[in-house]
Design a protein around this ligand. Structure first.
Ligand code: FE
Ligand code: FE
Ligand code: ZN
Length: 288
C-alpha cells in the first residue's frame, strides 16, 4: 500500500498529528521539529510521544519525517550561525531518539557568495561531527531548486557532500519533485532518465523519501514555488507515473502542496488511485 501523507502542524503534539493523518487517509506525515523560522523547541512531552507510538502502531502509521527549521544553514559564513545549526540539529536528533521510526530531513544550506566548494566543505564537515554522536535517526539531505546560492541544486553537488562526509555512508536523500524540476531535471517528460541519472550519480539506494509537489514555475526556473498536484507545470500525468514507478516502490511520499487538510485528503485519495493503477478518467470505460 502506498505510504503517503502530508506536512502537518506539530503545535498540538504527536498524537494529534497521528489522528489528523488517519482522518485524511494518510499513513505517514511530516512535521517541523520546531518553529520553522524560530529557534527554541517546546519541551518534548514523553507521554504524548508514548500515546502517539501506540496509536501509530494500531493505525499503521510509519516512516514519519521530521523537517529541520529553515533558519539553519550548515554552510553559513557566520560561525555563530553554523554553531547554532550544529546545536539545533544535535538537539533535534536527540529528541527524535524517542521516535524510533522517524527520519530527519534538512536543507543543505546556502553558501552566500562563499562558493559551492566552500559550501560542500562546511556541510560535510558539520555532518561528520553530527554523525560522531551515533544518533539512530536516518538523516536526509533534501534536493533543492537552486534558488540564490542554495546548495543541493544538482545530484552531483549532493553526491560531493555525501562522499566528503566522514561516516556519510548512512546519509540519505529526500527528493522534492518541485525542487528537482525547478532545478532542471525533467521529471515530467523524462522520469526514467532522471531516475537513472540519480542512480548513476548518487545511487537509488540512498533515496529514502519523496516530497510530492507540483511547481508553479517552469523546468530549470530555480524558483521553488510549490503548487497543488496537477495544477502546476509538472502536471498530473507525471505524478501518476511517480507514485506507480517500480523504482520508487516502498518509499514514503509527503505532500507539501499549498492546501488545507481537505485539500490534502483529496490529493492523497487521488494519488492512492494512481498507485493502484487507476489510469482511467472519470466516466471512461475500461477496454475489455
Ligand atoms: Fe524542505
Ligand atoms: Fe520539500
Ligand atoms: Zn520547496
Amino acid at each position: 500500500m502506498l505510504r503517503i501523507g502530508c506536512h502537518l502542524s506539530s503545535s498540538k503534539g504527536f498524537l494529534a498529528m497521528g489522528k489528523e493523518a488517519v482522518r485524511i487517509g494518510a499513513n505517514t506525515f511530516q512535521f517541523f521539529t520546531r518553529n520553522p523560522r524560530g529557534g527554541n523547541a517546546k519541551k518534548l512531552d514523553l507521554e504524548d510521544v508514548a500515546s502517539y507510538l501506540e496509536y501509530a502502531q494500531a493505525h499503521g502509521i510509519s516512516s514519519i519525517l521530521a523537517h529541520a527549521p529553515y533558519t539553519l544553514n550548515a554552510c553559513a559564513k557566520d560561525p555563530d550561525l553554523r554553531d547554532f545549526t550544529y546545536r539545533t540539529m544535535c538537539d533535534d536528533l536527540s529528541r527524535l531518539s524517542h521516535i524510533p521510526d522517524a527520519m530527519y530531513n534538512f536543507h543543505p544550506g546556502c553558501h552566500v557568495k562563499q562558493g559551492a566548494e566552500a559550501g560542500i566543505q562546511y556541510i560535510s564537515g558539520m555532518m561528520g561531527r553530527i554523525l560522531e554522536h551515533g544518533y539512530h535517526t536516518p538523516i536526509l539531505l533534501e534536493t533543492m531548486a537552486g534558488k540564490g546560492t542554495e546548495m543541493g541544486r544538482s545530484f552531483e553537488e549532493l553526491q560531493r557532500i555525501l562522499e566528503q562526509t566522514e561516516g556519510g555512508d548512512c546519509l540519505g536523500i529526500c527528493l522534492d519533485t518541485c525542487h528537482v524540476f525547478d532545478g532542471g531535471y525533467d521529471i515530467a517528460g523524462r522520469l526514467d532518465d532522471v531516475l537513472s541519472e540519480f542512480d548513476a550519480v548518487i545511487g537509488l539506494g540512498r533515496l529514502k523519501a519523496i516530497h510530492l509537489n507540483d511547481s508553479k514555475s517552469g523546468l530549470g526556473s530555480h524558483k521553488d514555488r510549490h503548487e497543488k498536484i496537477g495544477q502546476g507545470k509538472i502536471g498530473l500525468e507525471a505524478f501518476r507515473a511517480i507514485v506507480a514507478h517500480p523504482r520508487l516502490q516502498g518509499l514514503p511520499f509527503f505532500l507539501e502542496t499549498p492546501n488545507d487538510l481537505d485539500g490534502y485528503q483529496q490529493e492523497i485519495a487521488l494519488l492512492r488511485g494512481f498507485a493502484a493503477g487507476g489510469s482511467l478518467a472519470e466516466g471512461e470505460l475500461p477496454e475489455l
